[in-house]
Each structure stands twice: as C-alpha cells, then as structure tokens.
Design a protein around this ligand. Structure first.
Ligand code: FEO
Length: 395
C-alpha cells in the first residue's frame, strides 16, 4: 500500500502499530511508530530510505507492486541506522547495481553494519541529483542530528524536505499527515522524541536550523522518517525545534524519587506541597521513577526549570533505580536547569549528597542543601521538607 504525498511522490513505508520499545528497550513507544520511505517517480525513479529489517519482506513486496524494481534509478540513504536501512539488504539482492546516495559517514555506517560493497555515491551539502522533469534533489548534511552520518534532502519543484529523523515522532497513525493526527498526542510525542533523542545535540541543531533557514527554501511539506508528515503549516515544527534547542524550559518543577519504606516518598510529596504553597503559578509534577516510564519523566524534566531528585541510601549509595535515571539525565546534557536532592536513611545517609554531586557534575545548578532525614519523617521533619519546597519555589 502506498499513500500519495504530492504530485509524483509516494509514501511506501511501514506503519508499526505494535511497537512499544525502540532502540532496544531504551525508548518507550506507547503509540507505535512508522518507518517512512518515499518513492519519487519522475523521469528518474528514486527511493528515499527503507524500513526496519523485520519488515523487509513486506516492504520489498509492496515496493515491487508500486514499481518494477529494476526501474529504480537511485536510492537515497539519508541515515544508516537500521530502522531506515534494514530493508536495504533484501532490496539490494534484487537490484545490486543500483546507486546508493549517502554521506561519507553513511558509507561507513552501512558497510559496517551490512558488510556489502554496494554502489555508493558519496554526497555532501549542496550536491544535487537530477530526477528529471525540471526537478532535482538537493542534499543537506545533518551531522549529529542525530548521528554523524545523518542527511536530509530537498525536492525542488515540489518543495518537499525529506528530513529523516529530524522533526519526527514515534507515533503510528494510519492517516500519516499532521492535520489528520490527534494534536495533543502529536505535540507530546514530538516533544518526547526531541527530549530523549535530540537534546544532547542542541548546539548542532541551533547551527543547522540557522543554516537551513538561511537557504530560504520554500517548504510545503516536511516528510520525516518517523510519525506524521507535516503538510499543514509545516514550519510549526521548525519553530518548535528553534525553541526547544535553546535550553527550553516552562514554569514547571519536577520531583523524581524512589522509595523503600515510604519515607522518601513522603518527603517528595511534602516538597511538592511546599512548592505549590509558595508559588500558585508553577506546575509541579511528582514521579516515582521505578513506577513511571523513564522517557516520559525525561520529557517532564525537559519542560522543567528545576528537578528535585530523591533516594534512600542503600549500601552507602543511591538506590539503583535513581542512579540509573541520573545517568540517563546526564547523557542528555540538558542546560539551564536548577536542581536539589533529598532522601530518608536508616544508618549512614550518603544518597542525598551523592545525588547533589552527580547533578552538579551533570551541569545542573544545585540551589539548596541536600535534605537528609533519618528513619521515617515525623511531623517536624515533614515540615522541613515543606519548607525546602517553599525555598525551591523562590530559588
Ligand atoms: Fe530513526 Fe536514527 O534512526
């Protein structure tokens, strides 16, 4: 099944409604995903990207319904990651001489993964591929968005930007276009995708957005490689990226913790109550990290101006669930966020200070002394947590 995109451009990808985990189990996909592949049928026939390897057979059979495979003049591999290149293996067995246009690092990636000496054509920013009928594909390297090999291409005449991972979302919709999607889900999934995948590359993104905007391209459609295709006001997602890559924050504070015997949980709730008492305008969200999806919590932290992290002390250290989450937070390199820490303990109580140190090393601005409460908090100690919340609201 194809879907018509515009003029002689068709979607020939795969809608994966069953997907619930991506990148192994590192990214939750509550709404599934799509692997978007596109077929341009002008004087030349060009395929842009393929799909994830488990769907190779369906993909190649479907593609053969759309076009005599031997009439595909070129394949563009915008990105080597397997969710877009996986079906190349099966396809190239049928058309082994078909040229594959990609970046130099794309060759490295594809050769490294599939060990095939395909007919690679290396391109860089500004190179073009004439597709006939007065149209051409213009290549734009998208280095570090989100891999070193990433690339986008722009179809002149139809004004379609094939952006690959950039501007995508893990969101399976049958309608495929942004105006046909549930707007709340779309907004959330686009931000979650940015927060969990693209945040570490904010400085690259800022530069690349300026570079692309300086080209003054008319963009009628942004055809991503995951999720919806932006055809209704496509620049809305570019504007969102411009805001998100600029150390984004809203008026929100997120409290994240784990607890063993409810003490640290009581502190989390009391700190949240103190924040709310001191500032009626701030949004406060509280999550037990061992009971909440980590990618959803990261999305909340991405929106926050402050994160407050709590853990009991176990083996003189931070509880594993919280330590793992702190590691994930650090890898995302978020900037311009304040932080604080807390936790109950029975004997030694190192965790709150260790959390504060870790947050500082990760680039967070720790604004309060770690709150350490021995055993289960009594009413005075609950009041201390509330007071801490009030201070944090004013910090
Ligand atoms: Fe959708 Fe980086 O692969």
């Amino acid at each position: 099944m194809n879907q018509h995109i515009k003029n002689n451009v068709y979607w020939v990808g795969h809608i994966d409604t069953e997907l619930r985990q991506f990148h192994g189990s590192d990214y939750s996909t509550h709404k599934g995903s799509t692997y978007n592949s596109y077929l341009i049928k002008e004087e030349k026939n060009v395929l842009i990207d393929t799909v994830w390897r488990p769907f190779s057979d369906e993909f190649v059979k479907n593609l053969a319904q759309e076009i005599d495979l031997n009439k595909i003049d070129a394949i563009v591999a915008n990105h080597g990651e397997v969710d877009h290149s996986g079906a190349l293996v099966q396809l190239m067995e049928l058309i082994p001489d078909c040229p594959i246009y990609c970046t130099a690092k794309g060759v490295d990636s594809l050769k490294g993964q599939y060990h095939k000496d395909w007919n690679f054509k290396v391109v860089k920013t500004g190179d073009t591929l004439d597709v006939g009928n007065g149209k051409s594909l213009v290549f734009v390297e998208m280095t570090m968005l989100h891999w070193p090999d990433s690339m986008a291409c722009y179809l002149t005449g139809d004004n379609i930007l094939f952006s690959n991972d950039a501007f995508g979302q893990h969101y399976a919709t049958s309608g495929l276009f942004n105006d046909l999607a549930d707007q709340c889900v779309l907004d959330y999934e686009a931000m979650k995708y940015y927060a969990n995948i693209l945040t570490p590359f904010n400085p690259f993104l800022k530069k690349k957005l300026a570079e692309v905007l300086a080209l003054n391209l008319t963009i009628d459609i942004i055809a991503t490689s995951h999720g919806v295709i932006w055809r209704d006001n496509p620049l809305q997602i570019v504007e969102k990226y411009a805001a998100w890559c600029d150390d984004y924050q809203e008026n929100q504070i997120t409290v994240v913790y784990d607890t063993m015997w409810e003490g640290t949980r009581k502190l989390a709730d009391s700190i949240a109550a103190g924040i709310v008492e001191a500032d009626k305008d701030v949004t406060v969200k509280v999550y037990n990290i061992s009971k909440t999806d980590k990618n959803d919590v990261i999305t909340e932290i991405f929106k926050s101006k402050m994160v407050v992290v709590g853990s009991p002390t176990v083996g003189n250290d931070i509880l594993g669930s919280v330590a793992g989450f702190l590691h994930f937070m650090r890898s995302l390199k978020m900037k311009n966020k304040k932080a604080a820490s807390f936790g109950c303990f029975g004997w030694t109580g190192e965790a709150p200070k260790k959390i504060a140190d870790y947050l500082k090393e990760s680039g967070y601005n720790v604004v309060d002394e770690p709150l350490r409460i021995k055993w289960n908090p009594d009413l005075d100690e609950i009041a201390q947590a509330v007071e801490m919340g009030k201070r944090l609201a004013k910090a």
